[in-house]
Design a protein. Structure first.
Length: 402
């Protein structure tokens, strides 16, 4: 697991190096218009979304480690391809390749964890990877700040090269990871779209997609609300992000380790807890619009504590249920469906969350209700029923609903 942790760190370091300045690179170095950059990145996200299930299916058929190694090795050359881009069409092609590779890596990583770790260790192992990912992205973003300060073509191109080298290093480490032999391949392999016929997993994916709006809430709604609708100082947003990162690093593993009792629905309860905390955070964010600078700042700090708690319980519930509800022989495919759900959230989030901010306090109340309903519905929606999805706790596939 240490090797996989180092590989994850290097991959996310590369993500942080380039993602932080990607838009500036595309506009100032490549010379694209902002609208072209937005369209190209949207197409790239959609390409990654569509490829998630097929990539997961490949990992089930050919081994998660092998597929992840191929994708990670391809990530370096794919990102370096941006150095040769000078117009819109090549940019879209390279961006789509990068989107497919990066989304594929995020899809296959949990499937590899399922191979390396035992059933009761997977969520904690996933939490460790998440903490390391946060550290890698933060360090990469910090290093990218040097390029932002220099603001030269050479500095931006150096970040692209640095990201490519980080991905190459991740592939080298991944290639050296010893992995236990997977269980014998069943006589009848699952079809590629089996997960899309599992109604229980689809319900889980949909509700989890709603709860995962908390990521966009932090990136889109919170800064807009803080700057335009509260009297808190603008710099407080950076302090809140740092606080969120520190809380995740300190407590994510501890929270994720509390739900090992899957037979009593611990992961569903974690999602329910996430709904309560995220709903409470939304109400606090809305309340911050009424106070003076000091009061607003204090309320926003409390809101971020609740928000971060909701985030940690949400991902813990997501990881636990995604492993618990998926059959062992189709983990990659099911993770692909989950990735599609999260990707759809990323597409919808900007419009939905800007509408929340424009709606003022009422918008925050509505969003709080959405989180609360999604959290309350999760334990019920993921409960097994006759003839549907998986048999509880067995990892075996029941007859899918048609």
């Amino acid at each position: 697991m240490r090797g996989l942790t180092l590989s994850t760190f290097l991959t996310t370091l590369g993500d942080g190096l380039f993602a932080t300045v990607s838009v500036l690179f595309f506009t100032r170095v490549v010379g694209l218009r902002m609208v072209d950059v937005g369209l190209g990145l949207t197409l790239a996200s959609l390409a990654g979304l569509v490829a998630a299930v097929p990539v997961g299916h490949l990992s089930d058929r050919h081994g998660a480690r092998r597929v992840l190694l191929v994708l990670t090795a391809a990530a370096g050359p794919a990102v370096l391809g941006y150095l040769a881009v000078r117009s819109f069409v090549p940019f879209v092609v390279v961006a789509c390749v990068v989107g497919i590779v990066q989304r594929g890596c995020r899809t296959v990583l949990p499937a590899l964890i399922a191979v390396i770790a035992s059933a009761d260790e997977r969520v904690v192992a996933r939490a460790h990877q998440q903490v390391v990912s946060n550290i890698g992205i933060a360090l990469g973003a910090g290093a990218a700040g040097i390029a932002l300060y220099l603001n030269t073509r050479t500095a931006y191109e150096a970040l692209v090269v640095g990201a490519g080298l980080a991905y190459a290093g991740s592939a080298v480490v991944l290639n050296r990871i010893p992995v236990r032999l997977p269980p014998p391949v069943p006589a009848e392999r699952p079809r590629m779209w089996t997960a899309l016929r599992d109604l229980r997993y689809l319900r889980f994916t949909g509700l989890n997609a709603v709860l995962s709006l908390n990521g966009g809430l932090m990136e889109i709604a919170l800064p807009l609300w803080l700057v335009t609708c509260t009297r808190a100082p603008a710099w407080l947003f950076s302090a809140l992000i740092v606080m969120n990162t520190l809380l995740v690093v300190l407590f994510q593993v501890r929270i994720s380790s509390r739900g090992s009792d899957v037979e009593r629905g611990a992961w569903g309860r974690a999602s329910r807890r996430a709904g309560f905390l995220l709903g409470g955070a939304c109400l606090l964010y809305g309340t911050a619009g009424w106070g003076n600078a000091l009061v607003a700042a204090g309320v926003l700090v409390l809101a971020m504590v609740a928000h971060t708690g909701g985030e940690m319980y949400q991902v813990a519930g997501e990881w636990g249920l995604s492993f618990q509800l998926a059959p062992e022989r189709a983990t990659g495919q099911y993770q692909g469906v989950l990735a599609m759900g999260r990707g759809a959230t990323n597409v919808v989030a900007p419009v939905a969350l800007i509408a929340v901010v424009k709606g003022g306090q009422l918008g925050w109340v509505v969003l709080a209700a959405v989180f609360l309903v999604a959290g309350l519905a999760m334990p019920v929606a993921t409960r097994s029923s006759a003839g549907e999805g998986l048999r509880e706790g067995t990892g075996a596939v029941a007859e899918p609903v048609r």
